[in-house]
Ligand binder design. Sequence first.
Ligand code: 6R9
Length: 649
Amino acid sequence: MSEKVYPVRPEVAAAAHIDNAKYEAMYEQSVNDPDAFWGEQGKRIDWFKPYSTVKNTSFDPHNVDIRWFEDGTLNAAYNCLDRHLETRGDQVAIIWEGDDPSDSESITYRDLHERVSRFSNALKAEGVEKGDVVTLYMPMIPEAAVAMLACARIGAVHSIVFGGFSPEALAARIEGANSKVVVTSNFSLRGGKVVPLKANVDKALQNENAAASCKTVIVVNRVEQELPWVEGRDKWYEDLVAKASADCPAEEMNAEDPLFILYTSGSTGAPKGLKHTTGGYMVYASMTHEYVFDYKDGDIYWCTADVGWVTGHSYIVYGPLANGATTLMFEGVPSYPDNSRFGRVIEKHKVNQFYTAPTAIRALMQQGEDVLGDSDLSTLRILGSVGEPINPEAWEWYNRIVGDEKCPIVDTWWQTETGGIMIVPLPGATAAKPGSASRPFFGVQPALLDAEGNTLEGAVDGNLVITDSWPAQARSIWGDHERFVQTYFSTYKGVYTTGDGARRDEDGYYWITGRVDDVINVSGHRMGTAEVESALVAHPAVAEAAVVGYPHDLKGQGIYVYVTLQSGYEQSDELMKELRLHVRSEIGPIASPDLIQFAPGMPKTRSGKIMRRILRKIAEDDFGALGDTSTLADPTVVDDLIEHRMNRK
Ligand code: 6R9
């Protein structure tokens, strides 16, 4: 923990939407009288039919039921587009910066409205109806945002699958959501390389179950190149929108109608599709975007996330566009054409708010202090961080090199499940402590519990839970409400369990310490160890596999794999390579193991349970204090594991 405190500078507080006095007054009302508070905040978006009730939520494990603004009706795309046409039709909504620095585009609210309306009609013409799920497997091109908003416009539910996921992972998500249509692009461009994206869809649809639900693939023409085509199933995006009308009224949706599904990893089982609904989500995404980034009219805002993650949903598309902001969408990577790219983009588009991940900051930091070249970063006003804890060294570097010691850093803690930012130092209100996400946003009531579920008071470490509902919370797991209840509401009764551990200090600041379950966080991407294990044991050479995280300088956590081979297989560098490739093809490159250790046996209890605590310690190269190993069936296994450990400092 860093001891440093960076007070809010008076000129920042004076100019910000929220200073400390406002924060305290608003926070107090938000938790003491949520109906009044959110009833008022709900008006920041446009409703077709106003709500008459605000909060109707229960965390009781026998009846988890979460509703906000439940009798109001609205449309998310209307809120992101139509309502701005009169006042800011000619203002830029999306600045798109391509992979190649010479490739960029500015799309006004009027343009975007027209593009979305056309694609909405195109989807309808393909038979998509209100409530249908449309899977998007897209690169970071404007059509990704257009497709999201088109779904929202006609009441379809989008399910975005990150473009880095494998055909197998894509197939499982198409099948799981019973999705009729997939929208993709023929290729994508990353770091100057052409990546075949549609080919992955073709492979995914070789899966019978996925093919049974998906009959149409809409393909954006991103890179002119030949590709296989399935007549009748595959259709060019450009052809469909060319013949579609630009007039498409926004569907009237109930506040609790689903807006999107987003799959994320948990500690057990296959990834789960979190269901987010319309009204509460839009209110919360809009409010957090405005207050956390202190967004003001005319600002240029850039979030470097991919739309495949929740950060891209809430803070590239829905939050900023609901606020009539100018949001920058970046197709490329920070290292192309060279490591100064982030700096070049900030300078080129005069970016005011910059929101990125610690892993990207650490990668830049490794390149030295002049990594951003001679780019002019003086337009920057606010810096953000998301995805994993930011280590104080990276925080200090970000503050000094990117922010020139004048930009407040907002370290935003939240999750796919929370829909929006939950714990964060508001730039004009909260003194920053490097490494701490600090204080709760309005309406958010964090608490720390011990293993038995007792609430802990004061400065203490514990399991982070949220004791009452907030508007953007996920409502369920798609098609499996029971699993939703089991996963989030049954470990501790009456509260939402985050799966994260945290420490609270004397000032009431929260410091997220990382996951307390079997989820690891690699470069800000969540991964269930069970998912990687099941990919490994699907390989014929593998008898048993155990996966743990270990500290990694760049990625935050790396993936450490212990593998016991089937008899008849010999360990070799070849096999190691093959296993790595196997996991990449089962899940995707982000799940690629960093270290693989062949283990003749796993440390197991006499009842056959793998003792992960021991595997974690060995992976951390910290085997001096393995604790009690007396319950192991065969304690000599541990000596072998230590002797052949892969992560030696
Ligand atoms: C938004 C997002 C959620 C998990 C979460 C936690 C970690 C995210 C963090 C952070 C410390 C932060 N996490 N932000 N940990 N400080 N500022 O990342 O969603 O992909 O669902 O991941 O990421 O462990 O539980 P998601």
